[in-house]
Ligand binder design. Sequence first.
Ligand SMILES: Cc1cc2nc3c(=O)[nH]c(=O)nc-3n(C[C@H](O)[C@H](O)[C@H](O)COP(=O)(O)O)c2cc1C
Length: 184
Amino acid sequence: MKQIVIFNGSPRMDGNTVTLLNTVARGARDMGAEVKFYTLFKMKFMACQSCFACRVKDDCIIKDELHEALQKVKEADAVVVGSPIYMMQMTGPVKNLYDRLFPLTDSEYQPRFGKKKILTVYSQGMEDPHMFDSYFDYTAAMFPALGFEHAGNIVCTNGNDPESAEHDAALKIRAYEAGKALAR
Ligand SMILES: Cc1cc2nc3c(=O)[nH]c(=O)nc-3n(C[C@H](O)[C@H](O)[C@H](O)COP(=O)(O)O)c2cc1C
């Protein structure tokens, strides 16, 4: 059974990021995957402290709520990270999540825990779905060192309306199919 870990990086529990992540989760579960869903805004966790302990050991020394999630990521077949766009970037908790994934790469920037798929999901206020393409690509450039193979990027536009994704049938089908594909 495939293990999939999903991180929600939106504070809006009824917003577009959550709608799309729930749809991805449904697709994955329908294919028999086990899905673990973490809501970053509800978790108490620290930002990376730059102690560099993970340069010598394959773990983070901070034993907070994100530590359990990090262990799940190590064992996972696929990871999904969803974030709204704030000030042209991912939200703060999502950046803190990525920093805390530093133990996934060794001192030579080789993956310590094998290859995993990663699906990214963004929601933005702007209408143009390509507005942040260069940022999405730039962000994805970190993935190979962590062992992540980028399996796709799903973007919800006009996201100030929390129901935009809910009303976009084609986008929801893409999210559902992406979830199924992660579980194959
Ligand atoms: C502090 C803040 C900054 C934002 N900055 C941007 C931005 O730079 N570009 C953009 O397209 N939308 C921006 N937005 C709009 C959000 O991306 C939009 O409301 C989002 O898609 C909501 O996602 P959600 O429904 O999953 O919470 C911003 C919203 C907030 C609260």
